[in-house]
Design a protein around this ligand. Structure first.
Ligand code: DWN
Ligand code: ZN
Length: 422
């Protein structure tokens, strides 16, 4: 998606100086300001390299009522998501994660032959896993390019944003859903009231909601500041999710922490009174209070540690480059855009970014304008060090790139503090 400066105003729909999208409170305190930053997945065609990429405020505030951390701006969701370059299938660990996810959910809630609707189904990876287990799986995906790829692969997908209208159409065409699942999606949606209305319209009386989102406690504890970008409007605690469900007439009846994306939380909801709350819910929310999530303290500590993380990464890369060492990166990730731009790292510091996504290769990273190349470039060019912008897959990547490290190559893991691996 290439946006010119003139369209910047159109994209910046409104400043979020007021109501919290979870609880409606307008009490908020500042957490961190990462500066004016280009859109994370607005990769740049080489012939547009001369243009200054549009930048938008990237700062977060904390709701003093429910604890939700959220951006101070909202970028037009049509501009962000109707053509999307992140494909789940490009990350093998995520394909494996969602295959296990499908097995767990299908077994736990006896979903064989029942309708499961996935909100934000991307290229249909999870739909495929559900179908293989005899589930009637249907996707809802706003990105036209991804919805087309899923439908071409026989994974039925409605090309739309999820709201009560889309939910009503699906209900009329397919009946009530035994489960509605949404993974790495809820944080991207401004109109959460619309999501709750859609869930109410679509869910069968005994239906379950399963939502997986990056977990605020992990973000703060591991200084995962790079996961803050304009697609991620909200940064959820379990308490904020509980409050959101309650507002929609649902109970949050179970939770579990999962390791993906730097630490996520998977929450389970049902219509109020339908299912008994597991003690894990109260344990996790008590843990949040013990961590001080209902105060500014952990957010202040987080903001201080981010400045240190930036300082140490910049020093490490500058020192490597001063010895003439070549530095590349792996993973043209959305979070990588925040990290490169906040740390002021450009093509003089990082020669190229290797990435496994064909539709990203040949483009430039937004703002920093670093060329994106196939992963094979790491082995053909053999840079001395490779910055892990896909650090959330460090274990799999180090295993897969043993030929690179066996020949002396080293990875830089930037979060929470820059360190060399192996
Ligand atoms: O919320 C979101 C998360 C779930 O995914 C979206 N808003 C955007 C996206 O964030 P991300 O780009 O930071 O996601 P990942 O999954 O951390 O990184 C994916 C990128 O990394 C892809 O471009 C593929 C690349 N990759 C690679 O080049 N080699 C990934 C792996 C595992 C690899 O081995
Ligand atoms: Zn709130």
């Amino acid at each position: 998606m290439s946006t010119n400066a003139a369209s910047v105003e159109r994209l910046l729909t409104f400043e979020l100086a007021t109501a919290c999208r979870v609880c409606g409170s307008d009490g908020a305190t500042p957490v961190i300001d990462l500066g004016a930053t280009p859109l994370a997945n607005a990769l740049v065609p080489v012939d547009a390299a001369f243009r200054e990429d549009p930048r938008f405020p990237l700062a977060t505030i904390r709701c003093t009522d429910c604890g939700l951390m959220r951006l101070t701006v909202v970028i037009d969701h049509e501009a962000l998501f109707t053509h999307y370059l992140y494909a789940t299938s490009a990350s093998r660990p995520m394909v494996a994660h969602f295959d296990r996810y499908a097995a767990d959910i299908a077994d736990r809630f006896a979903l064989r032959d029942r309708l499961v609707v996935e909100v934000g189904s991307n290229d249909g990876m999870l739909l495929r896993s559900f179908k293989q287990r005899g589930v009637r799986a249907l996707g809802v995906e706003p990105a036209t390019n991804l919805a087309r790829a899923a439908n071409d692969a026989g994974l039925e997908t409605v090309n739309a944003f999820f709201d009560s209208e889309a939910a009503g159409q699906i209900r009329r065409g397919h009946g009530g859903a035994a489960a509605v699942v949404a993974n790495n999606v809820l944080a991207h949606i401004d109109d959460l009231r619309g999501v709750l209305n859609g869930l109410d319209a679509l869910l069968a009386p005994d239906g379950v909601i399963v939502i997986e989102v990056p977990y605020l406690l992990d973000l703060l504890e591991h200084v995962e500041y790079d996961t803050i970008y304009h697609e991620h409007l909200s940064y959820f605690s379990a308490e904020a999710l509980r409050r959101l469900f309650e507002r929609g007439g649902f109970d949050l009846f179970d939770v579990e922490r999962v390791s993906v994306h730097g630490g996520s939380v998977r929450v389970y909801g049902a219509r109020a009174g339908q299912r008994r709350r597991h003690e894990r819910v109260d344990q996790l929310i008590s843990g949040e209070r013990a961590a001080g999530l209902d105060s500014d303290r952990p957010f202040r500590v987080f903001a201080e540690r981010v400045v240190q993380s930036r300082k140490e990464l910049r020093e490490m890369i500058k020192a490597l480059r001063s010895t003439g060492d070549r530095v590349a990166a792996l993973g043209a990730t959305a979070k990588g855009n925040t990290l490169l731009n906040y740390c002021g790292l450009g093509n003089d510091d990082v020669e190229f970014v290797a990435d496994s996504t064909p539709m990203k290769q040949g483009l430039l990273t937004p703002g920093s304008h670093i060329p994106i190349r196939p992963e094979s470039a790491l082995l053909s060019e053999r840079p001395g060090h490779t910055l892990l912008l896909a650090w959330n897959y460090a274990e799999e990547i180090l295993a897969r790139f043993r030929p690179y490290t066996a020949a002396g190559g080293r990875f830089i893991h930037p979060i929470p503090l820059a360190r060399i691996l192996p």
